[in-house]
Design a protein around this ligand. Structure first.
Ligand code: ZN
Length: 277
């Protein structure tokens, strides 16, 4: 799909190609992949793309009211279905309610999106009820079925959906920017002079750029942790520090302050050096 914005999805070149090859989004997807593979992230991206109200391409725009409401879980046309509290199964009554709801036109968006968490939790009668809506539902209705293993769904359901198979999390590891990689390395090694110079340079960044860098540095540290546990105590402390700085960045603390904190906290080697003053 041209102009489809998959920036928020790490890795997964296969899914990128699969979606890029389409002129428009399908009405039913199975999002399959092991825990941690990003099913919920991809479901949100697709749901946002379906309810995005930005003109032109580049959906989801992540800026419009539709995108923001979907991200906040408060879009009236994005409906989540999960097993009832304390239960394991999604039962047929829930899917019947979905079916009735599907015939009520969308409130705000062009489409109405049903996001079925843990789709294999639908018992067979629920899956059969869903099959009818997949086949005969109104054209604006769209279905996102999340599954750790798509093979747990009835073949009739699978044949009516397009499957997007997510890579396991270790394969989906994104490449981080040079700046994030460098800051991650400095945070781990804590070479004081280089870090001070680096932090001084960071002060020139715009607030959003600095916030983005803090986020991607935390993600880069997390990715390093998966391959090298010897750095774990300091890396975890560094992630914690980045999170605090990131929160502070949201409260209009100046860049100079944030970078000063970062430099001061990093000047002491070992995990104990990483507290926010
Ligand atoms: Zn949008």
């Amino acid at each position: 799909m041209s102009g489809f914005n998959l920036a928020a999805l790490p890795g997964n070149p296969g899914i990128r190609r699969q979606l890029a090859a389409r002129a428009s989004l399908s009405h039913a997807y199975i999002l399959s992949g092991p825990p941690g593979s990003g099913k919920h992230d991809l479901a949100l991206i697709l749901a946002q793309a379906m309810v995005c109200t930005a003109p032109g391409g580049g959906r989801p725009c992540l800026q419009c009211a539709g995108c923001r409401k979907a991200a906040g879980g408060i879009h009236p046309d994005v409906v989540r279905i999960a097993p009832p509290e304390g239960k394991r199964d999604i039962v047929v009554d829930q899917i019947r309610a979905l079916r009735t709801d599907a015939y009520i036109k969308p409130n705000e968006a062009g489409r109405k999106v049903y996001l079925i968490e843990d789709a294999p939790a639908m018992n067979p009668s629920a899956q059969n009820a869903l099959l009818k809506v997949l086949e005969e539902g109104p054209p604006y209705a769209a279905f996102l079925l999340l599954a750790d293993n798509a093979g747990m769904l009835l073949p009739t359901i699978r044949s009516r959906c397009e499957t997007l198979a997510l890579a396991p999390p270790e394969e989906a590891a994104p490449a981080y920017s040079e700046a994030a990689d460098r800051l991650a390395r400095l945070l781990l090694e804590g070479e004081e002079r280089e870090l001070l110079e680096h932090c001084a340079a960071l002060e020139a960044l715009a607030r959003e750029e600095l916030a983005g860098l803090l986020d991607s540095t935390a993600a880069a540290l997390g990715a390093r942790l998966k391959t090298d546990l010897s750095e774990a105590p300091r890396a975890l402390a560094a992630c914690d520090l980045l999170k605090k700085l990131r929160d502070a960045a949201g409260f209009y603390v100046g860049n100079g302050h944030l970078c000063g904190w970062l430099a001061a906290a990093m000047a002491v080697p070992g995990p104990e050096g990483l507290g926010v003053p």
